[in-house]
Design a protein around this ligand. Structure first.
Ligand code: AHR
Length: 496
């Protein structure tokens, strides 16, 4: 890796997360007024502390599938006057005790930037512009004054907006065809830009790579909306299929190919239009998800429970290694992926879990995210890999070791993130720091290599807490280290 060969500055927005009104993400997740650690706004203090430790930079809100039938006005104003509504996406009762103003107060306390999604399922351009006026106009108009009356005198200045969510999904309330959605997205974007031309707007891509719409959807949506939007969204969730752990560990291969494919499609639409503009990628939902309840099969029945426990996956050490690998893929593509959100933040397929009224704790996947978010600083470097390969059922022959590196000019620190994707063999790695001299190995830590199926619990132990990897030896322009089988490693060097 060569400090002169830079991919792009690290987009800090890669370390985003996602809060949806789904299950216990909001209620008994980030918000629980009766909790012993809750502050005057009802925000759980223990969760806020873990969110800060996780290093999350941005949070997308309020969905997800939820947004496609959400009326944002229900969630503002005096709490005792807010209506309870049936949430059609997750078959729950939404009390609306938590809404936009609460979210923006929470965002301020968490020290993150908001990403706001608008409902283009049951609603359209008019309601999106209303929401924008309420959120971002300084005052003197009906909706901006309403915000001020509700206690938020300063406009929120929300810059990044998602134009709907997964609009090709048959599970989506208000599913549309690509051309229909592309026109609606373009029209909504144009209207929103009349308010503020500098907004950043995200068009929905296909819900995932396996959708029959994939490819043609991106092409057709961008054919309608290319000039009006800045980013297109990608969503991907990974899980082992038929116990094929080797392919699962290599999930970043799928993410790489997905990003490369959408980039090529977007660029081809741009080329046909002779546009100099490049559409960027918002990978605004990604994670490991065991899909015990897939989006197409929301819970059913007579009951509409308030904040039921939904999609509460418990993660293993293998899942943590995969999450570390997916972050490597996102960083590698930082010239095109300029925003990303791990889905989701608390309780729902999440790095942070809570007990209602009780403790909050870290899942295994918390650790690679937290370390990457903290130490991927400066610029992403182009890493040239040369070495042994491994064969997986799903992706064929791939590099045994995946890696990416960042270089921070101001501190002279180089951080290398590596995954050994081979299940039973350690990897001996030589890092050649072309053109630079290594003066110090600051830290080398590893997750994995041990019981891949172990999961964290409320009472511990913490199976994926990064442990020191004492194998790193350096000098001059190279460093040698050993990566245990099926593991994620972060190596921090000082080089000049
Ligand atoms: O993150 C869970 C769900 O997955 C989201 O609501 C939806 O956008 C996706 O299908």
């Amino acid at each position: 890796m060569d400090p002169r060969r830079r991919v792009a500055p690290v987009p800090r927005r890669l370390f985003g997360s996602f809060v949806e009104h789904l299950g216990r993400c909001v209620y008994t997740g980030i918000y629980e007024p009766e909790h012993p650690t809750a502050d005057a706004d009802g925000f759980r203090g223990d969760v806020l502390a873990l969110v800060r430790e996780l290093g999350v930079t941005t949070v997308r809100y309020p969905g997800g599938n939820f947004v496609s039938s959400y009326r944002w006005e229900d969630g503002v104003g005096p709490v005792d006057k807010r209506p309870a509504r049936l949430d059609l996406a997750w078959h729950s009762l939404e009390t609306n005790a938590f809404g936009l103003d609460e979210f923006m107060r929470w965002v301020g306390k968490a020290g993150v930037d908001p990403i706001m999604a608008v409902n283009l399922g049951t609603r359209g351009t008019a309601e999106a512009v209303d929401l924008l006026e309420y959120a971002n106009h300084r005052g003197g108009s009906h909706l901006a004054d309403q915000r001020r009356d509700n206690g938020a005198v300063d406009p929120y200045g929300i810059k990044l907006w998602c134009l709907g969510n997964e609009m090709d999904g048959p599970w989506q309330v208000g599913q549309r065809s690509a051309t229909e959605y592309g026109r609606l997205a373009a029209q909504t974007a144009k209207a929103m830009r009349r308010f503020d031309p500098d907004l950043e707007l995200v068009a929905c891509g296909s819900s995932h790579l396996g959708m029959p719409t994939f490819g043609s959807w991106e092409r057709d949506v961008l054919t309608e909306a290319y000039d009006d939007v800045d980013l297109i969204s990608l969503h991907a969730y990974y899980q082992p299929v038929d116990d094929d752990l080797a392919s699962f560990l290599a999930s970043a291969e799928d993410m790489d190919r997905y990003i490369d494919a959408v980039t090529a499609i977007a660029d081809s639409v741009g080329a046909i239009r002779r546009s100099t503009k490049k559409i960027m990628i918002a990978f605004d939902e990604w994670n490991v998800w065991y899909q015990s309840a897939a989006p197409s099969t929301p819970p059913s029945g007579e009951d509409w429970p308030v904040a039921p426990p939904l999609l509460e996956d418990h993660y293993s050490v293998a899942d943590a290694v995969v999450v570390g690998g997916l972050l490597i893929s996102l960083l590698r593509h930082s010239d095109r992926v300029t925003a990303a959100c791990q889905a989701q933040l608390v309780n729902v397929i999440a790095p942070i879990m809570t007990e209602p009224g009780g403790s909050a704790w870290r899942q295994t996947i918390f650790h690679p995210f937290a370390r990457t978010a903290r130490h991927a600083q400066g610029a992403v470097l182009d890493v040239l890999r040369d070495g042994s390969t491994t064969t997986t059922d799903r992706y064929g022959e791939i590099d045994a070791v995946d890696a990416v590196s960042t270089w921070d000019d101001s501190s002279g620190e180089m951080t290398v993130f590596l995954v050994n994707r081979v299940l039973d063999t350690p990897a001996e790695v030589t890092i050649d720091v072309a053109g630079a001299q290594v003066s110090d190995i600051i830290e080398c830590v590893t997750v994995g290599g041990t019981d891949l199926h172990a999961k964290n619990t409320l009472d511990g132990p913490d199976h994926a807490a990064p442990r020191p990897n004492g194998s790193a030896r350096g000098g001059d322009a190279s460093v040698q280290l050993t990566l245990p089988p099926a593991s994620w490693t972060m190596l921090r060097l000082r080089a000049a």
